[in-house]
Design a protein around this ligand. Sequence first.
Ligand SMILES: *Cc1c(COP(=O)(O)O)cnc(C)c1O
Length: 495
Amino acid sequence: MDMMNYESTRNKNLNFKASKAILQGLSDDGGLFVLRDLNKKKIDFSQFLDKNYYEIAIEILKIFLGDFTKEEIKECVYRAYSHKFKTEDITPLVKVGDNYVLELFNGPTSAFKDIALSLLPHLTEVALKKNNETKDILILTATSGDTGKAALEGFKNVPKTNIIVFYPNNGVSKVQELQMKTQEGKNLKVCAINGNFDDAQRGVKALFTDKDFINFLEKKNLKLSSANSINIGRLIPQMVYYIKAYLELVKNTDIEFGDKVNFVVPSGNFGNILAGYYTKLLGLPINKLICASNENNILYDFINMGIYDRKREFLKTNSPSMDILVSSNLERLLYYVSGQDNEYVKELMDNLNTFGEFQVSKTILDNIQENFGSGYATNQETKQIIKEIYDKENYLLDTHTAVAFKVLMNNNDKKHKNIVLATASPYKFSDSVYSSLFDDKIDDEFEIMNALSQKTKGEIPKNLLDLNKKPILHSDVIEKNKMKEYILEKLEGLL
Ligand SMILES: *Cc1c(COP(=O)(O)O)cnc(C)c1O
């Protein structure tokens, strides 16, 4: 097998092994790592019918991690998931009315990011050994709320790694903020920036191609990496639950093997839904992947018109983890739908950088629309659907999952089974969820959380329950153009 099978979306000649792609995060030319010829590999998923979550994960990782041994993969998977999630099936599938909800939020930080970020640190450790890397890793992460906490939790005290997380000041929920500010661990820093998520992500991405900065790190014996979904090690673990959910419907005789289903995905950086697209390329019987956006509906516009125009106002919504205007992983989709045309992808990305927009050809738009549906929900609609589903089905949606549910209701396709991906615990967004259901006003976030639990007879995840008793360990706030200076200053404290 060809080991050097990852390339940059923007340059065919930049080739890497899987372990290098994971360690590096982003290609030197600013492109994203993609597995070549993914569309030519086909899997007979009926072989996986008897496999559990762990076993499916191992099979998928084997395809994508060409230079990892089966033993290494197995060890990573078990260390990542056993006894870390609420249930041993990791991602329970729940019937809600005529539809299904795939719960991805039962991990250590109550967000779907836990699934990938529980595994990534283990993959990183193996990759370091494999490459005889003498340097330590410095992970820089921009977060719209959930990635930060899940990455901190995943990488805390992992040998040979350090992590710095940037989040938008006043741009995340109270609970998300507290989760990060109370994070313990010797190898990490957390910092708010006066800017939005896009500012944080742009700042981080710029450092990956900043030669002076990289040289400086080299001298400190450090190597840069990323825990954002630009890292291929984040995407691969996310494929597993699409496969598991599909096979579960087959096993429950809700569908026959081969019947197509729809997945509705609350989307921001386009990482979660892209993992679904990867499973479709490998042959999982998917009709449409339905991309659900909030009022920052740039992906909705793109999927409908083929024009990606980021020159618009950034809105703060009640689903803050989806408040994003530059969806990095779209670049990977463009690579595959263009038939792996790196030059074309580079041209589009140059247009985005120079003019703030790009437009794809008719052929490419047709291809995208064959695979993807799209829709969006306003803040008001999000709150209404939370109430409607709670009243009708006695099921509590968080605001992000509610966006997806609303989009499902709008393009209700009765010919196929529909699976909504639930990306966060409702208790992470207690304020918005509570005020969708009840009229009384409570000020304190934790009193709201308790009231929500009592009135809906639901259980607050333990990691959230203890949060207000923990000491605040991080309270740095900086201007958005000072990220580099901040890192240089803080490195002394970390090393
Ligand atoms: C990150 C996140 C999303 C968006 O996922 P992407 O992979 O960035 O598209 C949706 N919902 C929640 C709760 C999230 O944390």
